[in-house]
Design a binder for this molecule. Sequence first.
Ligand SMILES: Nc1nc2c(c(=O)[nH]1)N[C@H]1C(S)=C(S)[C@@H](COP(=O)(O)OP(=O)(O)OC[C@H]3O[C@@H](n4cnc5c(=O)[nH]c(N)nc54)[C@H](O)[C@@H]3O)O[C@H]1N2
Ligand SMILES: Nc1nc2c(c(=O)[nH]1)N[C@H]1C(S)=C(S)[C@@H](COP(=O)(O)OP(=O)(O)OC[C@H]3O[C@@H](n4cnc5c(=O)[nH]c(N)nc54)[C@H](O)[C@@H]3O)O[C@H]1N2
Ligand code: SF4
Ligand SMILES: [Mo]
Length: 710
Amino acid sequence: MESTKAPNVEGVDKPGRRTVYSICGMCAVRCPIQVEVENGRVIWVQGNPHDKAMETSLCAKGSAGLALEYDDERPHQPLIRTGPRGCGQWREASWDEALDFVAGKLKEVIAEYGGRGVVLSDRGGAFNDLTKGFLRALGSPNYFDHDCTCGRNAHHAAKSLFGLGRTGWVYDIKNTAHIVLFGRNLLESLQVKEAKEFMEALNRGAKCTYIDIRATVTASKATRFWMIRPNTEYALNLAFIQQILAENLYDADFVSRWTVGLEALKKAVQGKTPEWAAAQTGIPADEIRAFVREIAADAPRVIFHPGWMTARHGQSFYTSRSSYILNVLLGAIETPGGLVIAKEAQDAGRPGLKKLVDLSPAVEEQRVDGAGWKYRHFDSGSGILHRLFPALETGDPYPVGAYITYRHDPLSALPDPEAQIRAYEKLKLLVSIDVNYSETSWYADVILPEATYLERANILTGKSGLKPGIAMRDQAVAPRLDTRPAWWIFKELAKRLGSAAFSNFETIEDLWNYQLRDTGVTIDQVRSKGQVSLADQPILWDRQTGLKFKTPSGKIELESSLLTECGFPSLAEFQPPPPLEPGQFRLIFGRPAMHNHAHTMNNPVLHEIMPENALWLHPQAAQALGIKDGDRVAVENDGYRVTGRVSLTPFIHPEAVFMYHGFGRTIPLQTRAYKRGMADQRLQKGFLGRFDPVGGGNTLTECLVRVSAE
Ligand SMILES: Nc1nc2c(c(=O)[nH]1)N[C@H]1C(S)=C(S)[C@@H](COP(=O)(O)OP(=O)(O)OC[C@H]3O[C@@H](n4cnc5c(=O)[nH]c(N)nc54)[C@H](O)[C@@H]3O)O[C@H]1N2
Ligand SMILES: Nc1nc2c(c(=O)[nH]1)N[C@H]1C(S)=C(S)[C@@H](COP(=O)(O)OP(=O)(O)OC[C@H]3O[C@@H](n4cnc5c(=O)[nH]c(N)nc54)[C@H](O)[C@@H]3O)O[C@H]1N2
Ligand code: SF4
Ligand SMILES: [Mo]
């Protein structure tokens, strides 16, 4: 194989000062940023001021991008493992050698199992046309994203009602009168624009009802805070719907024009009175009644947020579905201050970006996880990753030989790493493409280190919203280490596998020009501000005649034809969470504002701000266990035990304990984060195969733990 040269970095490292508009990569929100470069070094990052909603703002993680860039505790070049899996012994390899090694193994797998024997998972979203295009070029249907442990339940709930997914909606927080958040902690689990809009809305008098099992920063800003019993807000929603219908507070015109199934809905909430919900949730019936009247008066400028994650239990799908239904009943659809359908380029009368997936013929094979056929109600576009594991272990419906994880760390992001590792034993090849050492890359056969988001460009991404557009992640500086961008890594692999799909692309400009071919937009136009808008004005469709829903009926399906066909009720009977034994707690998790999932714990700056997590515990519960604030405690489930510090607070429901996700790292080369804090995913033993049967998400908040003084 000819020597594999790094992609062109000419111009990037020239002397002097430059401004580059790009996209933040410190979390998957991907905010627009402005990067200042001096003599080939990043000296400043801020929000992209050309984006009105963003202005110059950045969050703590975004600001810590410089600390990532100039940190050496990340892989410096490709690594090939030398001992058994997980041993942590590696040899350094050139890119040629590593790519040849991976391509060689992929060829073996494809020869034995066909293209479908290769699976890939990534972080989904903006840039996944690249990874989907790569897999399609190999003839594999098995593209997965991370979403089975993130927003999948809400996604499927949205599809069942509207035929549009979770990301097919914009929440018009800026113009809302009242926003209801079910544990959507939008000031800590944040997107910069959304957090800004939220604070602006509150400042001009908008109301927020915040419902959580603990008091968060968002709770502290809310007009009303309800501390709810864990995993019960579906009961609360049923009572809201029941009251709205019983008191005729719904938007009858909108509902009769755009929905089917009102009678079935009425039946589903029969008897679900505020008194009934109060007994389940702990929220007083008179407060539920007062809230319903108040929010009906604020309609249609209201938002019931269907959750990003929401609590993750066996009925999360119905929690999200009932939240969406509340928006529908109050007419808060396609209206200022409510939920607005996100518009694509085509809705602005413009052709969108050309797709890399279209370079290869569609793959007809069925997915290995059963999405779209065994599970007809699961979206087959990105599958249900936890269903890969039984297939790996049994070879049913067919064997899989190779797994590539790209910007995804399943050993942190999916529950029960031990169970995952048992299944990985069946793989002939496990590859991790990551900027950092991840728990998965440490266990993998090969690590292909990607250049950081400041050191690389990505393929262009289409932005949907009130004004659809196109955005660019541009390269600000040359890679400091021997790392490469993903577009180049996948192109080189495809080339080695003899695929024609990527053969016309040598540079990122080649890819961009292909993507832009029909759009009438040039690279320079996107580059000059980091993004271009494809519409002059926000696009709102006519609520009388112009709404488009991609359901079989073309209407909002309060009674879903797909769910009925698949044997599921459109709203199930509420299942109360199982009772606790003495000393048992429901393990709840979430994120702090200054960390992203499990990959910033070793960032020098973010580590300094928050080096480890603690276990939140209610003082009453602590007293019964003889535990004092700051003590070290053991947390245990099914033989797995971790120890850490306890933080006593009355701001958590006494049935629950809480910890921030992402800590308890096990990679010695991450010296700062190594063994600091507790890993919730390890405590979730036995949960890899447990999921919401209708939504598909793992039932992570059903995990019960025992706590004792260490
Ligand atoms: N700083 C930061 N921001 C992020 C991320 C990050 O890693 N760091 N990640 C991004 C991603 S990928 C996502 S998915 C979003 C997630 O956004 P959110 O879903 O808002 O995030 P979480 O922090 O997981 O918050 C879940 C909240 O639900 C509460 N909760 C748990 N059980 C229940 C229950 O039964 N009922 C109710 N009502 N509440 C409950 C928890 O106490 C917690 O406060 O955040 C995004 N933003
Ligand atoms: N127990 C438990 N499980 C959870 C959660 C939880 O709170 N508790 N949260 C869930 C949620 S909401 C989500 S979204 C998932 C998140 O799960 P993941 O998407 O796996 O999480 P991240 O840590 O954001 O990123 C994954 C990997 O991407 C790498 N990475 C970061 N930047 C880059 C880059 O530019 N290029 C490349 N190639 N790699 C990069 C990171 O180093 C990290 O190893 O986890 C889910 N799973
Ligand atoms: S929320 Fe923060 S870390 Fe995430 S993309 Fe935006 S600025 Fe970056
Ligand atoms: Mo997520």
